[in-house]
Design a protein around this ligand. Sequence first.
Ligand SMILES: Nc1ncnc2c1ncn2[C@@H]1O[C@H](COP(=O)(O)OP(=O)(O)OP(=O)(O)O)[C@@H](O)[C@H]1O
Ligand SMILES: [Mg+2]
Length: 266
Amino acid sequence: MRTELNREKMAQLGELTVGIAHELNNSIGYIGSNLGSLRRYSEALIRLVQRVEPHLAPEARARWQAELAAARWDFIAADLNNLLSETQTGADHLKHVVADLKVLARSSPSTESASVDACVDSALTVLAHQVKHRCVVERQLAAPRALVMVRSQVMQLVINVVLNAVQALPNTGGTIRVTTTDDGRSVTLVVADSGPGVADQLGATIFEPYVTTKASGTGVGLALGQQIVATHGGTISVDRCPRLGGARFTVTLVAANGRRSETQEA
Ligand SMILES: Nc1ncnc2c1ncn2[C@@H]1O[C@H](COP(=O)(O)OP(=O)(O)OP(=O)(O)O)[C@@H](O)[C@H]1O
Ligand SMILES: [Mg+2]
């Protein structure tokens, strides 16, 4: 019953997310194309201002220079470029976040070609707000090979494990280390943190549904993660990280090689 309700809630959330992503996409679309025009117009304007001076009589030239100085024209011309570039970077980032959210909200588990590294990047983008100012995330990604996978599920798996790591850290912060390796047969993802480690009494029950030590936890994150790993022919285990001192989750995914798809390269 609880699982059913949960699934229904997730489906509603998915629909809402797709709706919001669609709305955002429209705005991002015109922000992007307007930015292109704004850059061209500002370059034309800067060229025009430069061309004025040679046509002026000496007295008018002095007045023109004084006007430019009073308006801090040199600063404006340089800053215009910076502002446009920064805004473009922000718009590009938004585009990626929305694309990642759309993948995550997919309700049909269709397989596609994607790399574990791309999933980690997308997951960390979606989690950026939770992670920012709270901890240092070290990432060492070396699994760019495209595999056949349900991308939204692998992203969800990474999100669940990394979010647990964030939640395990004390208020003073800490470190989370995300690494991927590929031995050509399987890809291994390791998420380790500098928190207190998994409570002794939990043991192997940690992957069972509804096992939680959090006041507001539902205890489904790792159960879902284990299901996802199983459907991708892999394993998930936990131990203690000798370097960081907290929990260390090791996920191995054995999936067929995938053709590099457009989604993956986007
Ligand atoms: N990185 C970690 N460090 C310490 N304990 C952990 C870590 N990850 C998971 N756990 C323990 O495992 C329990 C189960 O995790 P799981 O993700 O399944 O559920 P949850 O985080 O409690 O709730 P939910 O994910 O449904 O919001 C957690 O409540 C916590 O006690
Ligand atoms: Mg969790």
